[in-house]
Write a protein that binds this ligand. Structure first.
Ligand SMILES: *[C@@H]1O[C@H](CO)[C@@H](O)[C@H](O)[C@H]1NC(C)=O
Ligand SMILES: *[C@@H]1O[C@H](CO)[C@@H](O)[C@H](O)[C@H]1NC(C)=O
Ligand SMILES: *[C@@H]1O[C@H](CO)[C@@H](O)[C@H](O)[C@H]1NC(C)=O
Ligand SMILES: *[C@@H]1O[C@H](CO)[C@@H](O)[C@H](O)[C@H]1NC(C)=O
Length: 413
């Protein structure tokens, strides 16, 4: 800077100072770049280098576990690379994260992971592919095919068969991203998040026969801050099921059908049960599903609750129960001693719900005699009954709230 004040020649000095400044700036930027490079440096583990074979026949379970152990043990950002091909994971497999050193692990899948055709191989193990206590996990691309068809046949034939495995179960984990993943033909639930915090599922495709038993698309338990975006789910059971203890859930642009729709519940089986809070479903489409947006509770004593749920900008196409609250759920009238649900439902908004109903009762708000629903709000609900030439109707029991805007059928609140 001293040079600048020597006033020998203004022009020359200006140029001189300018270059000095530029030079310092470049040095500074290079240092920053080197520092950030060393902290974001990533290391790739190719499953084929650990012995995985994409031939569809070789059991690659051990290779995947070894690749995970190395990625987990890395002190850098780790990527597990699964090239194109069909990889058999012949047994249930758990990827444990509690001792991982890596700041994050990404599993980039270009291939398909398959389970054995014999359903017994994984049918009693809870989950086929399980992640436990992982922080910063991304699963991107790929297909999971649990080949559940033979187990569905066993179940529907009434024979005794294993309960079936969830295809992808993630437990006690944080900061999860699942992106562009496809899951087909799960034995049971396709994707389960249990006790997870901050998860984003986007561009997920789930597909199973409309007649397959218990093949829920995405099942959530006790999780917080889950976002599900731009996904397409066809199953034989719930598209997305929201169990006890979930909060701050955001579901946007999800297409469901066939299947049983998006369901909060079943809740209230246990007396002591965590509640469900702050759930948003926006821009969903239901096509030929049994339900659209449902809240379902057992007719049993419970201190569970549902507080603040919003269903908005939803399109129904030939849906049997487009809007439904059912608090008298008790199949076979078993285990529900006084037939009253203890679950308190309040502040549920249905806004801009339009399309067609496959049954005459398009809006059914059947709340608990012991704990009536409060703060229900219907705004711009326009549902037509597709058959029979009769107008759609709504039905309310123990339901309190307000209605405004377009209301077809006429509100019973
Ligand atoms: C992984 O391994 C396969 C087979 O050896 C190879 O074709 C592929 O290029 C590798 N990919 C990466 C990213 O290392
Ligand atoms: C994990 O890394 C440590 C050194 O950082 C090494 O001693 C150990 O063998 C590695 N374990 C595995 C399973 O790779
Ligand atoms: C509700 O959940 C959303 C995410 O789905 C979150 O952004 C918002 O802050 C939550 N609201 C409250 C009151 O916790
Ligand atoms: C509507 O759904 C009902 C029963 O779910 C089905 O029988 C009927 O064929 C469907 N109609 C159309 C037009 O898809």
């Amino acid at each position: 800077m001293l040079v600048c004040y020597m006033k020998i020649c203004d022009n020359y000095l200006f140029v001189h100072c300018f270059f000095l400044f530029q030079w310092l700036k470049i040095v500074f930027l290079v240092v920053i770049a080197l520092v950030s490079l060393s902290t974001t440096a990533k290391v790739t583990y190719n499953v084929t280098s650990f012995g995985a074979k994409g031939d569809g026949n070789t059991d690659s379970t051990k290779a995947f576990l070894s690749a995970w152990a190395s990625a987990c043990n890395s002190t850098k950002t780790a990527v597990i690379y699964v090239p194109a091909g069909t990889y058999l994971l012949a047994t249930a497999v758990t990827f444990a994260g509690e001792r991982c050193q890596s700041s994050s692990i990404t599993i980039r899948i270009y291939g398909t992971l398959v389970a054995p055709f014999n359903y017994d191989a994984i049918g009693n193990s809870g989950d086929w592919i399980r992640f436990h206590r992982v922080n910063h996990l991304t699963i991107s691309g790929g297909t999971l095919d649990a080949r559940g068809g033979s187990l569905w046949s066993c179940k529907t034939s009434g024979n005794s068969c294993p309960s079936g495995a969830t295809t992808l179960g993630i437990y006690n984990s944080k900061n999860i991203v699942i992106s562009g993943l496809k899951s087909v033909n799960s034995q049971m639930f396709h994707i389960l998040l249990d006790a997870c915090i901050n998860a984003k599922l986007q561009g997920v495709t789930i597909s199973a026969s409309g007649a397959s038993p218990n093949t829920d698309g995405i099942h959530l338990i006790s999780s917080m801050g889950v976002t599900i975006l731009n996904s397409k789910i066809a199953t034989g059971d719930d598209c997305i099921s929201i169990g006890p203890g979930n909060s701050n859930l955001w579901i946007e642009t999800v297409a469901c059908g066939p299947g049983h729709g998006i369901s909060i519940g079943s809740l209230g089986w246990d007396l002591d049960e965590p509640g469900v809070e702050n759930i948003t479903v926006t821009m969903a489409t239901f096509r030929g599903t049994q339900n659209g947006v449902r809240i379902k509770t057992w007719a049993r004593a419970s201190n569970g609750f549902v507080t603040s749920a919003t269903f908005q900008h939803v399109t129904m196409v030939n849906v049997s129960n487009p809007i439904i609250i059912e608090q008298r759920y008790c199949p076979d009238k078993n285990n529900c001693p006084n037939q009253v649900s203890g679950v308190k439902i309040r502040d549920v908004v249905y806004e801009d719900i339009h399309g067609t109903s496959a049954t005459q009762v398009a809006v059914k708000l059947d709340c608990s005699q012991g704990n009536p629903c409060t703060g229900l709000r219907l705004k711009d609900v326009n549902l037509n009954y597709v058959r029979g030439g009769k107008p759609a109707v709504s039905s309310c029991a123990y339901a309190a709230g307000t209605a405004s805007g377009i209301l077809h059928p006429t509100s019973c609140l």
